[in-house]
Design a protein around this ligand. Structure first.
Ligand code: FES
Ligand code: FES
Length: 157
């Protein structure tokens, strides 16, 4: 076991992990962040996406020890039930959430895109979410939601 420390959703977090442990396991099983979903566990579905230093990473393919000293964000960083992030509002309004399993990872990939590009076009959005599979929506509503949120974020900034 080793002790690692990192910033998780804005708060300093210290946790003991095994050398071989994934960040997915540490977040879900040691820190109780179950919004980070366990899907394929082989780097293909994106349900386990988290942001490390604001870039999307598959937490199932990332050793927990790699997070040491980093800034890690999960969907809890974006908003709360009482105060949703514009992306979360747009996903709801556009019908971009069906079963919801892909949604936390999808939101984080979209959030990372909007940090870098305030006015993404459809291709930019499709590229940004290309690592996140959705089995329900067909992606059209998700792309529309991200475009709408980009407009809202631009308007509010
Ligand atoms: S669970 Fe990590 S990519 Fe599928
Ligand atoms: S909403 Fe079900 S997988 Fe995307």
């Amino acid at each position: 076991m080793k002790t690692i420390s990192f910033i998780l959703n804005g708060k300093k977090t210290v946790v003991e992990v095994r050398d071989s442990e994934t960040l997915l396991y540490a977040l879900r099983e040691r820190l109780g962040i179950t919004s980070v979903k366990e899907g394929c566990e082989i780097g293909e579905c994106g349900t386990c996406t988290v942001l490390i230093d604001d870039e999307p990473h598959y937490s199932c393919m990332t050793l927990a020890s790699k997070a040491n000293g980093s800034d890690v964000k999960t969907v809890e960083f974006l908003g709360t039930a009482d105060l949703l992030h514009p992306l979360q509002e747009a996903f709801i309004n556009s019908g971009a959430v069906q079963c919801g399993y892909c949604t936390p990872g999808m939101l984080l990939s979209a959030y990372s895109l909007l940090l870098k590009n305030k006015d993404p076009d459809t291709d930019d959005i499709r590229e940004a979410i290309s690592g996140n599979l959705c089995r329900c929506t067909g992606y059209i509503q998700i792309v529309e939601a991200i475009k709408d949120a980009a407009g809202l974020c631009k308007h509010n900034s």
